[in-house]
Write a protein that binds this ligand. Structure first.
Ligand SMILES: Cc1cc2nc3c(=O)[nH]c(=O)nc-3n(C[C@H](O)[C@H](O)[C@H](O)COP(=O)(O)O)c2cc1C
Length: 388
């Protein structure tokens, strides 16, 4: 048996995204798992994201010929094998050294776009070199505008198809798991943390050998930001609370390709984003990591979709763990979805193959749910499939 086959056989044990999450929990020190898994404050929004999907029931159609099911769609004039792109995940390298590249390569192999976070441990150029697929670059607007300008220029130079501006971070969410665990710019080396690291040699060994991966995009630019890795409140510390619509419009003016605004829940904000010429909107509450008490994204979606009225694609994230969630999102008005933690759990469980396995699970469940709903293509998924 080749190493590749052995890896695939091992991954076949994980039948769902929940299984991959459990494997990630097993492999990672608690502080790192909690950073990936957790949400802000009482984690009400994190929970609401899942609960709101559960509360939506499907009302399937029968006796349609569903021998062939096409999960593909056209986004920005190009074909995507699934109605899905990988969400930007900062700090993924804290879980596995090459996690960003692993997810980017898995996305390319699956024929879906990948979004690189500003806070990644692989640089804009490295990802462009090693991941041959469709690449989007996510930028936070940080206080250091010159830094942001240079990052965007680099993404343009490296041929990224889209620029995604995240707008739901005027301050960092209060992520209490991270605060309790001492998961900050530098780990607090408490006895509990140290013992926990020692209990996870598979994670500790590469970190001890190579050090904690730096935030590559910020290297040489913002010493304080790039040195110690990502943290609960660190991105918030650098984000710019003065960033407003006028400045968003200026970014739109400067970027020559697709321009995506991520983090919208209010239909009036979607209309404003449209007016300044954005090419897609991501309805998102940041996976419950920012404003605790914010409504579930899937609940915000119908009003945003109605306001956008198909003028640009509307993507939804926060809580995608099942193929049926993708069907529900499309039925509620989305063009497609972004998947965040689902891919991250996969990458932690098994690197590039693990991230690919997460995508394969979602793709299989999507096609299966479509068949069971009598929909042979995404255009057949309409609001009537939802029983409210
Ligand atoms: C560990 C982690 C890091 C994240 N980093 C970023 C980031 O750098 N930029 C950003 O726009 N969103 C970031 N997000 C939010 C995701 O892009 C996405 O909105 C969220 O994960 C979607 O929810 P889901 O994980 O339930 O799919 C991060 C999410 C997680 C879990």
């Amino acid at each position: 048996m080749t190493a590749g086959q052995a890896g695939r056989d091992r991954l076949a044990r994980y039948r769902s995204i929940a299984d991959l999450r459990e494997e990630a929990r097993r492999r990672l020190p608690r502080a790192v798992f909690d950073f990936f898994d957790g949400g802000a404050e009482d984690e009400r929004t994190l929970a609401a994201n899942g609960d709101a999907f559960d509360a939506l029931a499907l009302r399937p159609r029968v006796l349609n010929n569903v021998e062939r099911v096409d999960t593909g769609m056209t986004l920005f004039g190009r074909r995507s094998a699934l109605p899905l792109a990988v969400a930007p995940i900062g700090g993924a390298g804290a879980g596995r050294r090459r996690a960003d590249l692993d997810m980017a390569r898995a996305a390319a192999a699956a024929g879906v776009p990948y979004t690189l976070s500003t806070m990644s441990s692989a640089s804009i150029e490295e990802v462009a070199r090693h991941a041959p697929g469709r690449l989007w670059f996510q930028a936070y607007v940080l206080r250091d505008r010159e830094l942001v300008r240079r990052l965007i220029e680099r993404a343009e130079g490296a041929g990224y198809e889209a620029l995604m501006i995240t707008v739901d971070l005027p301050a960092g969410g209060k992520r209490e798991r991270d605060l309790r665990n001492g998961f900050a710019m530098q780990y607090r080396h408490s006895l509990r943390n140290t013992l926990d690291f020692l209990r996870h040699p598979g994670w500790l060994l590469p970190m001890a050998l190579h050090g904690r991966p730096p935030l590559k995009n910020l290297e040489g630019m913002a010493p304080a930001a790039s040195a110690g890795g990502p943290a609960a409140s660190s991105v918030g510390r650098f984000s710019d609370p003065t960033f407003d619509w006028k400045q968003l419009a200026a970014l739109r003016e400067r970027w020559p390709r697709q321009f995506i605004v991520k983090g919208i829940l209010h239909p009036d904000d979607a209309v404003k984003a449209l007016a300044l010429g954005c090419d897609a909107i991501v309805v998102s509450n940041h996976g419950g990591r920012q404003l605790d008490g914010a409504m579930a994204s899937i609940r915000a979606l119908p009003a945003v979709a109605a306001a956008v009225d198909r003028r640009v694609p509307v993507l939804l994230d926060s809580g995608i763990r099942r193929g049926s969630h993708i069907v529900k999102a499309i039925a509620a008005g989305a063009t497609g979805v972004l998947a965040g933690r689902a891919l991250l759990y996969g990458a932690v469980a098994g690197g590039e193959r693990g991230a690919g396995h997460a995508l394969a699970i979602l793709a299989d469940e999507l096609a299966r749910t479509m068949r069971l709903c009598g929909a042979s293509g995404l255009e057949a998924i309409g609001a009537d499939l939802l029983a409210l």
